[in-house]
Design a protein around this ligand. Structure first.
Ligand SMILES: [Zn+2]
Length: 499
């Protein structure tokens, strides 16, 4: 495939060192709070990239870290430790905070069809490894102790700004003025590898080291975990654009100083999701989470569809209007898929669309064109089976659960068709062996057959959710939405409204 490389600033052929296996590293979440949907956009696009590489036949060895220590709130080495701040906010220990938000993060991923990487490594499990890498950096003369901390000396690296493409001078101008300077640093861009002098009296997580009791800096985490799990050469490193500087810049500096050779060949960065007021952030009070979208009645995969419509290298602005449009397009796609006949010759279209995938998604991950392919398949003259098979091929990469949702929709519509729905007929229907609509007259559905049918479907959806059959539950919601019925889940049960 061809993929933009932040290192070269061009769309390059992606060529792993081993032609069969891709070693892929993803900067994982700092688990001090829920992920906002902007964070999730990055993981979602990385997931499509991984799926595409598998589609091309590669084995993907993927590693993600979990930052459960030492991530300071500032862009540099200042500010409060995010984990400690989170624990204080919620009156919990740092470990409790970490495990709660790690679980919440992977639950969000599951709902968005984001695969969990094979290896997920918490930073707190690698303290000895960090210490060993820092020792080597000191031995090589590229790190120095000052004021109780160990710093990386960026002046020892010939092309420290290689990833940003800026000169040192240009970047100095852009350095944020609100970040307090650390007087121990020899150079402005130096960064901390190991802290023993914490500004926080109540820093909970501390370990012994040759330099005193303390904790690691954030950047050393990813370099060390990547080298430990994937070896001395990495094919693909992923993250959000805000990681380019300083985080990934520092990762390259310390990894290559440690190894003595170039480290990672391809850097993949996903652009920001903005809200209508600007960049999305967790510091603005209530922020947009996947759970909030679900509470408002959105299918998480409608958000996936919304993200796939845009290119990963462009900033994307989130609005509920935009999400509504994506959600209804996604529902239409599901119902058109559900309407496909099941007969006909299979396999006719698959090869054609395998090539189409290479031409579109294989060209710098053009996911919007991938969605267009789904519509093109639906318009094909081939039989239903062939079209379903081609849809499955494309959706293996896009991850929209299209056939699963379409089948659940067909099943739900079948259930709805078999329900009698006539008011007051429970007795006759039961006697005739047909499932009767529940008696919902007390809920205000009296005398309105459509309302009774809606109530029956809502009851069926509640039962499906209880059975953890989310595909069917989602399909019922989608079927009702097609008819202009909106469901809202409240603590007291589901309420509905009709257009
Ligand atoms: Zn990282």
């Amino acid at each position: 495939m061809k993929l933009y490389n932040t290192l070269t600033k061009t769309v390059d052929p992606f060529l792993p060192r081993d032609p069969k296996t891709v070693k892929m590293y993803t900067c994982g979440p700092t688990v001090y709070h829920f992920a906002h949907i902007g964070n999730l956009r990055t993981y979602l696009m990385e997931d499509v990239l991984e799926r595409y590489l598998r589609f091309e036949g590669y084995t993907v060895e993927r590693v993600m870290n979990i930052t459960d220590v030492g991530h300071l709130a500032g862009d540099t080495d200042t500010g409060e430790d995010k984990m400690v701040a989170g624990a204080r906010r919620e009156h919990k220990s740092v470990y409790e905070i970490a495990s709660y938000y790690e679980n919440a993060f992977f639950e969000d991923c599951r709902r968005l069809n984001i695969r969990k990487p094979e290896k997920v490594v918490p930073a707190t499990s690698c303290i000895e490894d960090f210490i060993s890498v820092i020792k080597t950096l000191l031995d090589k003369g590229v790190a120095y102790p000052a004021g109780g901390n160990i710093y990386f000396d960026t002046s020892k690296v010939a092309d420290y700004y290689t990833l940003t493409g800026h000169s040192a001078e240009a970047l100095k101008v852009g350095v944020r003025e609100d970040v307090g300077e650390d007087a121990n640093k020899r150079n402005k861009s130096d960064f901390v590898l190991w802290f023993t002098k914490s500004k926080f009296e109540d820093q909970e997580l501390k370990w012994n080291s040759p330099w005193g009791v303390g904790y690691p800096g954030w950047h050393i985490e990813c370099s060390t975990i990547s080298m430990r799990e994937l070896g001395d050469y990495l094919d693909l490193h992923c993250g959000g654009v805000d990681n380019i500087f300083p985080h990934h810049t520092n990762e390259i500096a310390q990894s290559e100083a440690y190894l003595g050779h170039p480290w990672c060949g391809h850097w993949f960065h996903v652009h920001h999701l903005n809200d209508e007021t600007g960049k999305m952030s967790k510091s603005k009070g209530e922020f947009l989470t996947l759970s909030l979208l679900e509470k408002k009645g959105y299918d998480p995969l409608a958000y996936r569809y919304f993200c796939l419509e845009s290119h990963y290298r462009k900033p994307l602005t989130f609005s509920f209007e935009g999400l509504d449009n994506a959600a209804s397009a996604y529902r239409r796609l599901i119902s058109r898929t559900a309407a496909l006949p099941r007969e006909g010759e299979a396999r006719l279209l698959v090869e054609k669309y395998r090539e189409e995938m290479r031409r579109t998604v294989g060209n710098d991950l053009n996911t919007a064109m991938g969605i267009t392919l789904l519509y093109n398949i639906l318009k094909e003259k081939a039989g239903g089976r062939a079209r379903r098979e081609a849809l499955a091929l494309v959706d293996e990469v896009l991850g929209l659960s299209l056939l699963e949702k379409a089948d659940a929709l067909s099943a739900a519509e079948g259930t709805a068709g078999k329900l009698c729905g006539a008011a007051g007929c429970a007795k006759e229907c039961a006697e005739n062996g047909r499932p009767a609509a529940p008696d919902t007259r007390e809920n205000g559905a009296d005398g309105d057959p459509e309302a009774e049918e809606i109530e029956a479907l809502i009851a069926r959806r509640a039962a499906a959710k209880k059975e953890k059959n989310y595909a069917e539950a989602d399909a019922i919601r989608a079927a009702l939405a097609e008819r202009g019925v909106t469901l809202t889940d409240t603590p007291a049960g589901t309420v509905w409204s009709r257009r």
